[in-house]
Design a protein around this ligand. Structure first.
Ligand code: GLC
Ligand code: CA
Length: 559
C-alpha cells in the first residue's frame, strides 16, 4: 500500500495494542516503547498497516491511562518522548502507521487543570470543568459505568461543589463551552501530530457537551467542535486520520462522518455482538439486518470492524432480550460479565474452536470496513476472568514458552499483570514462537488472511450486496469494485450445509477460490450450488471470461 495515498485507511488492517502489554525492553515487568519497537518486525511480518496505541500518557492508572494527568507527556514506565519518536520512525520505515488514543471528554482528577480548577472559584481554570451547586442537573443523561457509579455528579469537598463525569468519578468531564479549553485540546492534537503520529482514536466523543433537557449525547455543539478538530487535520496534517469511538446506533454514528468533514472512520459497535449472535443462532438475519440499518457514508469515510478490544464485549447496543441471549450463549459464569458486557477474549468466547475463530475473522475481513485485530487474538490468547475491571483481557503478550511467556525477564511477581498460564491458553502452548514454527497455526492463517485481503481493493472500497439464500444458515454477499467482483460465502452452522445462490447475472464467470486459487465450476443459468463444511467459508473472485475468447475442447463447443 503506497504511503502517499490519502485514503490509505480504507484498505488498511489495524492492530490494537497496549504499550505495557506487548514487550518489556528493560525487564522491569512493564512493557515499554523500546520493547514495542523491537517487535515491529513481527507486526510487519504479520502484515498489519496501522497500529493503534492505548493511552500512554502520565496517569494514576485508575482507568488504565484513560485517566490522563498530562496530555503532553509519556508515562515514565513506558519510556520517554525520544523513545516514542524513535518508535514512530521505525514503524514508518517499515511502511506502518501509528494512531493513538486521544481522550477528549475527561481527565484524571490528578490533572493539574483539575487541581487548579477545584482550588478556588476564582481560578482561571475553574471553567475547564463542569461544576454545579446541585446534583439535579442534566438528569436525562444515563450512567455509563452502571456497575461502579451511582450518579454523573460527585461532590468535591475542596471545591465545595459537584463536578460532572460521564465515566468514573475520578474522571471529571472537561467543559467544552470554554474557548480556552477547546483551544488547549487542539494544541494537544497538533503536539502529537508534530511528533509523527498518523492520527487518533478519539475516545468517548458523544459526550463532549451538556445541555439541559437532553440526554447529553451526540449534541450539535459536539459535532461542531469535532468539525474544528477535523479542520486542524485538513489544514496542516493531510493524510492523518480521526477514528471515532461512539458506541451508538448506526443512525446516530452517521453524523460523526459529517459530509466527509468530521471523522474519517468510526467503529461499528452494534454489528459486533450481532456477528456473535448470528454464529450462535446459525442465522444470517441479525447480521444482514444490522447492515439494513446502517446508512451509507461519504466516499472518503470508512467503518472500522472488530470482534474484540481492550474493553468488555459491549452489549449496550442490544435489546434486553438480545443481552440475555448473549449472556446465556457466551458468559454463563457471572464472573465473565462486566458492566453491560462480557470481559473475555475471542478464543475462549468461541471455546477455542479454530473453525469458529476463522469464520468470525473472515466476516470482519470481508464485510464493508477496515478490520482491526486485538493484540494476542492472532495467536488465540486466553483471558483471566479473576482479574478485576477489564484486566482479564489485558495480560502480557505471549511470545514463547520461556519464563513470563517471553514477555519480560523480570520476576513473575513484578509483572504489571500475571501472564496467562492455564493448560489451554497458557503461554506454554499459545505463543508466537510455537505458532511461527507450525505452518498451519492460527497465526499463519491470520497472516495469510491479511495478505489475501490486501490483494483486492474491493474489500475496503467495494459495494456490498447480500444474496439472502433460502438456507438461513449461509451468509453470502457480493463485494464489487470496478471490474473486480468477489463472492463471499459463510456457513454459520456447526453442520455441513448446501446452498443455492442466485447469481445468474454472472453467467459464464468462473469462481476462483482466493486462498488456494482453485477454479470452481462456471456460473450457469441455474442457481449456483455450493456445499460447505461446518463453519466453512469461501472467498471467490468471479472471473468473467471475455466475450470472443477462443474456447477449447469438445465440451465447450457443445454448449
Ligand atoms: C473508553 C475506553 C475505556 C475507558 C472509557 C473511559 O470507552 O475504551 O477503556 O474506560 O473510555 O475513558
Ligand atoms: Ca519495562
Amino acid at each position: 500500500m503506497p504511503m502517499t495515498d490519502p485514503l490509505w485507511y480504507k484498505d488498511a488492517v489495524f492492530y490494537e495494542v497496549h504499550v505495557k502489554a506487548f514487550f518489556d525492553g528493560n525487564d522491569d515487568g512493564i512493557g515499554d516503547f523500546p520493547g514495542l519497537t523491537q517487535k515491529l518486525d513481527y507486526l510487519q511480518w504479520l502484515g498489519v498497516n496501522c497500529i493503534w496505541l492505548l493511552p500512554f500518557f502520565p496517569s494514576p492508572l485508575r482507568d488504565d491511562g484513560y485517566d490522563v494527568a498530562d496530555y503532553l507527556g509519556v508515562f515514565a514506565d513506558y519510556g520517554t518522548l525520544e523513545d516514542v519518536r524513535r518508535f514512530l520512525d521505525e514503524a514508518h520505515r517499515r511502511g506502518m502507521r501509528v494512531i493513538a488514543d486521544l481522550v477528549l471528554n475527561h481527565t484524571s482528577d490528578q490533572h493539574p487543570w483539575f487541581l487548579e480548577s477545584r482550588s478556588s472559584p476564582q481560578s482561571p481554570k475553574r471553567e475547564y470543568y463542569v461544576w454545579s451547586d446541585t446534583d439535579k442537573k442534566y438528569e436525562k443523561a444515563r450512567i455509563i459505568f452502571i456497575d461502579t457509579e451511582k450518579s454523573n455528579w460527585t461532590w468535591d469537598p475542596v471545591a465545595q461543589a459537584y463536578y460532572w463525569h460521564r465515566f468514573f468519578s475520578h474522571q471529571p468531564d472537561l467543559n467544552y463551552d470554554h474557548p480556552d479549553l477547546r483551544r488547549a485540546m487542539l494544541d494537544v492534537l497538533s503536539f502529537w501530530l508534530d511528533q509523527g503520529l498518523d492520527g487518533f482514536r478519539c475516545d468517548a466523543v458523544p459526550y463532549l457537551f451538556e445541555r439541559e433537557g437532553t440526554i447529553c449525547e451526540n449534541l450539535p455543539e459536539t459535532h461542531a467542535y469535532l468539525k474544528e478538530v477535523r479542520k486542524r487535520i485538513d489544514e496542516a496534517y493531510r493524510g492523518r486520520i480521526l477514528l471515532a469511538e461512539a458506541n451508538q446506533w448506526p443512525a446516530d454514528v452517521r453524523p460523526y462522518f459529517g459530509d466527509g468533514d468530521e471523522f474519517h472512520m468510526a467503529f461499528h459497535f452494534p454489528l459486533m455482538p450481532r456477528l456473535f449472535m448470528g454464529l450462535r443462532s446459525e442465522d444470517w438475519h441479525p447480521i444482514v439486518d444490522m447492515f439494513i440499518h446502517t446508512p451509507p457514508i461519504p466516499e472518503t469515510c470508512q467503518w472500522c470492524l472488530f470482534l474484540r478490544n481492550h474493553d468488555e464485549l459491549t452489549l449496550e447496543m442490544c435489546s434486553g432480550e438480545e443481552r440475555d441471549y448473549m449472556y446465556y450463549a457466551y458468559a454463563r459464569d457471572p464472573q465473565m460479565r462486566r458492566n453491560i458486557g462480557i470481559a473475555r477474549r475471542l478464543a475462549p468466547l468461541l471455546d477455542n474452536d479454530r473453525r469458529r475463530i476463522e469464520l468470525l475473522n473472515s466476516l470482519v475481513f470481508t464485510l464493508p470496513g477496515s478490520p482491526i485485530i486485538y493484540y494476542g487474538d492472532e495467536i488465540g490468547m486466553g483471558d483471566n476472568v479473576h482479574l478485576g475491571d477489564r484486566n482479564g483481557v489485558r495480560t502480557p503478550m505471549q511470545w514463547s514458552a520461556d519464563r513470563n511467556g517471553g514477555f519480560s525477564k523480570a520476576d513473575a511477581a513484578a509483572l504489571y499483570l500475571p501472564v496467562i498460564a492455564d493448560s489451554l491458553f497458557g503461554y506454554q502452548t499459545a505463543n508466537v514462537e510455537a505458532q511461527q514454527q507450525t505452518p498451519h497455526s492460527l497465526l499463519h492463517w491470520m497472516r495469510r488472511l491479511i495478505a489475501v485481503r490486501k490483494r483486492h481493493r474491493a474489500f475496503g472500497r467495494g459495494t456490498i450486496e447480500f444474496l439472502r439464500p433460502r438456507n438461513e444458515k449461509v451468509l453470502a454477499y457480493l463485494r464489487r469494485h470496478g471490474e473486480d467482483v468477489l463472492l463471499l460465502v459463510h456457513n454459520l452452522a456447526g453442520s455441513a450445509q448446501a446452498v443455492e445462490l442466485e447469481i445468474r447475472q454472472f453467467k459464464g464467470a468462473v469462481p476462483i477460490e482466493l486462498f488456494g486459487e482453485s477454479r470452481f465450476p462456471a456460473v450457469g443459468e441455474a442457481p449456483y450450488m455450493l456445499s460447505l463444511a461446518p463453519y466453512g467459508y469461501y472467498w471467490f473472485q468471479l472471473q468473467r471470461t471475455t466475450a470472443g475468447e477462443p474456447t477449447y475442447g469438445i465440451e465447450d463447443s457443445l454448449i
